[in-house]
Design a protein around this ligand. Structure first.
Ligand SMILES: [Zn+2]
Length: 383
């Protein structure tokens, strides 16, 4: 269940246009992702317009959207011809208190919302927000009630990313044992554990995995679709049915339109993942890539690159010169090596500092802050 278009857009400063949403939805469908979550219809007419445009595409994947447990949200979703909706409500003490709710009220709202959806021909899924910090006894009763009202799948969201691989495994196994319905997991990456937790949950019996391309999502983001898929395929030998060779292309598209640069170190899709500098490694990799790369590059159609720097070693440089029929004496060769070193020193210093300050300036400028709003308001009032 890819949720790039819903959760991904909750990343500060990220806004997808209607055309961009359609484009990503089609790419995910082409990659044979089985289900996509595309937004929240209640947000407004523009959001509904984009969702409707996606549902009109008649994709093979199922297309769902998120609704709070009230009639207005469900009515907004009804306009959009969705395959399904996911009803959510904060169920932890903290979330209930923040909204002035209590256990009884939450139970009532969820039951009513499920009944209302079903009365209008939509069988919803149910996701108690902050489930992983919800009192387990209450969580169990809430799920049980939702299932008794006809919900065929429950989600277990780790909204603030506090699970560990052990608790993910144990909790999912227990929920499946107690409730005997398919469970979907939606895990956030606040401690960098989203992938480990997701795999633990999957092997404990979770039926569906919610994830986003590039891990795009609130705060530290979500488990990344490409990481889940590649781990299952390569590390566990499980056929996901997903077209691996399209994942990188989708990630680059999402990077471009979200405006969030992919970290060079990001697994699978990062710029550095298939580039090498070290001289000794480079020689070996040229002969057999698997010595230093665990991911078969041909699976995801990426290019390998070799970079030159202070680790490159004399042999590699000599090889390159030889391959290009350049004869060079020892003196000139040493001059070349020195020039290479100087070049890197100067370049790294100036461009890195300059680039980094511009980069953080850019990230800041992507969304409004309090000062921006105050200044806007002052201008409007002065008019
Ligand atoms: Zn989330």
């Amino acid at each position: 269940m890819d949720t790039t278009l819903r959760e991904g857009e909750q990343n500060p400063g990220t806004v997808f246009s209607k055309d961009e949403k359609i484009e990503i939805a089609k790419m995910l469908d082409d990659a044979r992702i089985q289900s996509i979550s595309v937004g929240m219809p209640i947000i407004g007419p523009e959001e509904r317009d984009a969702i409707k445009a996606i549902t009109k595409e008649n994709l093979n994947c199922s297309v769902s959207a998120l609704c709070r447990c009230n009639k207005a949200d469900i009515d907004a979703a009804r306009e959009c011809d969705l395959s399904g909706i996911i009803l959510f409500i904060g169920s932890s003490e903290k979330h209930m208190a923040a909204r002035g709710l209590n256990e009884e009220k939450v139970m009532e709202m969820v039951g009513d919302a499920i009944d209302y959806s079903k009365d209008h021909g939509i069988v919803p899924f149910f996701a108690p927000e902050d489930a992983t910090r919800t009192n387990f006894d209450f969580l169990y009763r809430l799920y049980k009630m939702a299932i008794d009202h006809g919900v065929p799948l429950i989600a277990y969201p780790d909204t603030v990313g506090v699970l560990t691989p052990e608790s993910a495994r144990d909790n999912i196994a227990l929920l499946i044992k107690l409730l005997n319905v398919p469970v979907a997991v939606h895990f956030h990456n606040d401690f960098g554990l989203a992938l480990g937790n997701t795999l633990s949950a999957y092997f404990a019996g979770a039926h569906a995995i919610s994830s986003t391309i590039c891990g795009l999502g609130e705060r530290a983001g979500n488990v990344a679709t490409e990481e889940v898929v590649m781990s299952l395929e390569v590390l566990y030998g499980i056929k996901t049915g997903i077209k691996l060779d399209l994942l990188y292309e989708i990630a680059k598209k999402v990077e471009k339109i979200s405006g969030i640069p992919i970290s060079p170190l990001k697994p699978i899709i990062g710029n550095n993942v298939f580039s090498h500098e070290s001289g000794i490694h480079t020689q070996i990799i040229k002969k057999d890539p698997s010595t230093y790369e665990a991911i078969p590059i041909e699976l995801i159609k990426r290019d390998r690159s070799f970079r030159f720097g202070k680790h490159s070693g004399k042999n590699l440089i000599q090889d390159i010169l030889k391959q290009n029929n350049i004869e060079i004496n020892e003196d000139d060769f040493n001059k070349l090596l020195n020039e290479m070193k100087d070049y890197q020193k100067v370049r790294t210093k100036y461009t890195s500092a300059d680039f980094m300050s511009k980069y953080y300036e850019y990230l800041e400028s992507r969304s409004l802050n309090e000062v921006d709003i105050i200044n806007m308001a002052k201008k409007i009032v002065a008019r």
